[in-house]
Design a protein around this ligand. Sequence first.
Ligand code: FBP
Length: 552
Amino acid sequence: MSNISALQKARYSYQPKLPTVLQGDINKVACSLGDPTESIADQDQVKALFKNTYGAPIVRFTEGKNDISSKTINAGVILSGGQAPGGHNVIAGIYDGLKNANKKSKLFGFLGGPDGIINGNLVEIDDKFMDEYRNTGGFDMIGSGRTKLETEEHFEKARKVCEAKGINSVIIIGGDDSNTNGAVLAEYFKESGAGITVVGAPKTIDGDLKNEFIETSFGFDTATKTYSELIGNIEKDSNSAKKYWHFIKLMGRSASHIGLECALQTQPNICIISEEVEQKKKTLAQVVEDVTDVVVKRAANGENFGVALIPEGLIEFIPEVGKLIAEINDLLAHNADHFATLSGFDAQKDWMTSKLSAAAAPVFTLLPAGIQAQLLMDRDPHGNVQVSLIETEKMIIEMVGKRLATLKKEGKYSGKFSAQAHFFGYEGRCAFPSNFDADYCYSLGYSAFILMAQGLTGYISNVANLHLPSTEWVAGGVPLTMMMNMEQRHGHMKPVIKKALVELDGAPFKEFASKRDEWAVKTSFTFPGAIQYYGPDEVCNMPTKTLIAEKA
Ligand code: FBP
């Protein structure tokens, strides 16, 4: 029996849509250049660090002429960081652009993420290999990885690998960090006269690589639709049995865009937005009180059930917990050897409590034991706590349960609280890309090819007007330095692409905030159902509610 499903077979023959300007002869696309640009902040420092690539103009593709077909281009593509639906279509867009322009040009895939370009581990992509992955989810075509391409040693190794293979263009498909590193690599190659261009593509399900030019990162559409289907199913279940509160933690390392979009799609009773918690300087006890309040109000109406969405990054946005985590990170980093000698959780917990500051110790003590243990666990390679491993949803359930027990004793609550915990993250990262992501990614890849073929470097591929039908999309490139500012990273000021958090004065949050009190008490669940690939536009070709609200 074949391991190709009927849907996969059908999706192979889906032809992703391109903006009108990219639909015809690839030789008839011109690059129209805007004025020189500036970084969003800290212009002098960013300019000093990017002497060769700073200030490049924004590029828009228009009808015209180019000499792309006269060039033989050897390009190498890297998938970097967490999986996001549509990555294979970015590769397909690059591949088709490159082969349309000149059959002699070659595309290589660096295997296993940035490690592939450092270690010279790569594969040439041909028609057969490419066709097996068109319109499919996952990054399994060439694999991904989280190695950061950031040291001179890495850059030199990358240069040698590219030179050995005759590669003159590198495309990095990644999030804010990977594209920041792409900008530094572009600068390095230009400075050293390597003659290798670097172009990026905006990837991450988290939706936090966006700004005035990048309307959304790819993968956000499919991932949020996948989670929303599951949340809708849980809401149906909850409203059928009327006996459980479901607490659903949603991925998103830092920003709450995923939670917000899923809330707009499914109208749950509660959705915590980390950025709001931080802005209002809420304590953990206040966050618990807010949730408890909704549970109590619904119980008063005889509704001992509901659905609450919790963003994965919440814990670090509660100011007092964020400070606690920073102190724990520090203590563990400076006392790693001693900490390793402590046997068992109790000894570790006692040592930690004795070392924490007077402000942090009570916050640590307030946390359920399971969460305390998770905060003492292994760090990521940068010494940070791995938030996706912290069971925030279980912490909230435990703390709300305790608070309700107190209220019951005081005669202020007489309901029943039975809770189920869920975590949706990995379930959505490799789904078949929605038509939106399939089209968007293919267009990003095609545009990335045209940028690199024109010798442009230090750019991120850009496709905009995404709330309109794809024929009206515009395409081109935005210089990476334009999105940068200086931020403190590991004790040093570094140029980085600014991460986009949920804006509390933005249209998506305002829309949610105007409805949430009603959704809290009056059961208003909506059921988006599964992503559809074939059917009417309003069912299978709609972008996210976040994008629609932002562009309205
Ligand atoms: P990227 O920023 O690399 O796209 O990854 C985001 C993410 O999916 C987060 O939502 C999540 O916290 C993290 O990756 C999980 O990382 P890992 O795959 O290493 O477990």
